[in-house]
Design a binder for this molecule. Structure first.
Ligand SMILES: [Zn+2]
Length: 202
């Protein structure tokens, strides 16, 4: 196993709290609603037709219990014009491509995994119900699939000094300012372009 240079910091317990906090999930939903309104306002990309709601159910894993039914929907639209019917799915701060876990969890668990001891990893697994193999797959996704994506090939040029790709997503999260929650939201926003499923993630 490669030795990580990333020092787990005191922010990690905060992240666990964040993921279990219903108000944080409400906040992410608010952001997604704004993104959906904006996507609808811009109409169909192909024919400029009006968009109708064509949201679909997703039940991502790793969420706190007791979230309302409104959290189970992925905003999506369909062009109303017969003969077009093009689907348009806005970016999301909650859903990362086809991954079955919440986007925030895919980011944070991969980060918390860095330098994690066996016991820490076990507690993490109990918290969000994710096994070690899944976490390893996410790390591989960040380092192989994400880094090869057209989105990242362009976006990475904006970071100076360059982001250490071997330490993704931690190296990316650190580039955003604010508290743990603010940093995470900024990173999820940044990832928006890949959340529509163009970078396929399982
Ligand atoms: Zn259309």
């Amino acid at each position: 196993m490669p030795v990580s240079t990333f020092e787990p910091r005191r922010t990690h317990p905060l992240y666990s709290t964040l993921l279990a906090d219903a108000t944080f999930h409400d906040l992410l939903l608010d952001f997604d609603q704004d993104l959906a309104i904006e996507a609808r306002r811009r109409r169909c990309l192909l024919c400029r037709g009006v968009l109708h709601s064509a949201r679909y159910r997703r039940k991502p894993r790793g969420r706190p219990a007791g979230l309302g039914e409104e959290h189970d929907w992925r905003f999506s639209f369909c062009c109303a014009r017969a003969g077009c019917r093009t689907r348009k799915t806005p970016p999301s701060l909650r859903f990362l491509g086809r991954k079955v876990y919440l986007a925030g969890i895919v980011v944070l668990i991969a980060i918390m995994r860095e330098g994690a001891t066996v016991s820490r990893m076990r507690r993490l697994s109990e918290l969000v119900g994710v096994n070690r193999r899944t976490v390893e797959r996410w790390r591989a996704w960040w380092r192989v699939t994400f880094t090869a994506s057209p989105f990242w090939q362009i976006a990475r040029a904006a970071f100076m000094p360059p982001v250490d790709q071997d330490r993704l997503p931690a190296a990316l999260l650190e580039r955003f300012a604010g508290s743990g929650g603010e940093q995470l939201i900024a990173l999820l926003r940044f990832l928006g372009p890949v959340t529509g499923g163009r970078v396929h993630a399982r």
